[in-house]
Design a binder for this molecule. Structure first.
Ligand SMILES: Cc1cc2nc3c(=O)[nH]c(=O)nc-3n(C[C@H](O)[C@H](O)[C@H](O)COP(=O)(O)O)c2cc1C
Length: 341
């Protein structure tokens, strides 16, 4: 696979955002399978680029088997960006070096946006936005340790959304190849609205490509998010949960076409396929951790209260298949594309 080059990747870049416990290998494969590829010029990369969930650099360097297993890559997922979190520049560099030597992801990303207490209390995630010198050192050390591009995912700020305006420059000067900005502060967490205007301002401060993130929950919003932010592309997180067709529909929206409808039969087919890949990754007992995806796939379904209740408590694959079979023949049951918009 040719290297992932953020500068020359066809615009707009609409990529799957990293989500802990969600953007694992199984989900990344489902997203790719639900996105028909354009006829490609030779050397062009499949899309969308997928960002894998964050892993702890410290755990990688310690040789933690569970964490190392999370960095395995199926060829169907490429091009793939592996996200790392950590606070120590040397450890971050060493973790990236080891993962690159073993699995060759097409890029790395540093999590400088996670607001969760157990991450930020030890200077990880969004806390790095308060430590620009440390953040820059992480970028420099990682760049020196790897041969593929390095991106950084940040928030608008810790408490003030204007903090990203200087911080993106710090990252660019340190050698980052791309910045993705979630337009909320750490303090906001997930409340309020993502500020696309501040992302637009940050985009004008740097020459490296910038991806907008936050509240692009419906594919029809993609053209508007790109217009407002002026960014090179967008990172899509919750909008893709239960909706791996997001990237197909985004392409259609960008081309001014109406979205290809997702029939119930197609939804059920993809749920079964996702359940197969999830079981491949976690074993048959993984069905319990698959429930969170089921809740997203059938969010907003009409006439389905009883089905939903059964879906989120399934204990075996046979139980899941039985509920899905019943859904297919039930009358008065329908699912719109789940949307948080
Ligand atoms: C369940 C979940 C897990 C997340 N895990 C990560 C993560 O591992 N790394 C990261 O940078 N952001 C993570 N995020 C943040 C998202 O990537 C994204 O920045 C945020 O949800 C805003 O985008 P959205 O409005 O499209 O959802 C996570 C979000 C959710 C909902």
């Amino acid at each position: 696979m040719p290297p992932l080059d953020w500068k020359t990747l066809p615009r707009p870049i609409v990529a799957l955002s990293p989500m802990a416990d969600m953007t694992d290998s199984a989900f990344c494969r489902v997203v790719r399978e639900c996105t028909p590829q354009r006829p490609q010029a030779s050397g062009q990369l499949p899309f969308p680029v997928v960002f894998r969930e964050m892993v702890s650099a410290e755990a990688v360097v310690r040789g933690n088997q569970k964490t190392l297993g999370m960095t395995d890559i199926d060829p169907a997922e490429r091009p793939l960006v592996q996200q790392l979190f950590g606070a120590d520049p040397a450890t971050m560099a060493e973790a990236a070096r080891r993962i690159e030597a073993e699995h060759h992801p097409e890029g790395f990303d540093v999590n400088m946006g996670c607001p969760v207490y157990k991450i930020v209390h030890s200077f990880n995630g969004a806390a790095l936005m308060k430590e620009p010198a440390r953040a820059a050192e992480i970028v420099r050390r990682m760049k020196a340790a790897i041969t593929v591009p390095l991106s950084v995912k940040i928030r608008a700020g810790w408490s003030d959304p204007r903090e990203c305006l200087d911080f993106v420059r710090v990252l660019e000067d340190a050698g980052a190849d791309l910045v993705a900005i979630h337009g909320r502060t750490k303090k906001q967490g997930y409340s309020g609205k993502a500020d696309w205007n501040i992302i637009a301002e940050a985009k004008t401060r740097v020459k490296i490509p910038v991806l907008a993130n936050g509240d692009v929950h419906d594919p029809a919003q993609v053209p508007e998010a790109l217009r407002v932010t002026g960014c090179d592309g967008a990172l899509i997180a919750r909008g893709a949960l239960g909706h791996p067709w997001f990237f197909l529909h985004a392409q259609e929206a960008l081309a001014g076409q109406t979205p290809t409808p997702v029939t119930l039969a197609e939804r059920v087919r993809v749920v079964r396929r996702h359940a197969d890949l999830h079981a491949e990754q976690y074993g048959e007992r993984g069905i319990v951790t698959f429930r969170k995806h089921l809740a997203w796939y059938f969010k907003g379904a009409r006439g389905a209260k009883a089905f939903r209740q059964r879906l989120v408590t399934v204990k075996t694959r046979a139980e899941l298949d039985a509920v899905l079979d019943e859904m297919l023949v039930a009358s008065g049951f329908s699912v719109d594309s789940p949307s948080l918009a």
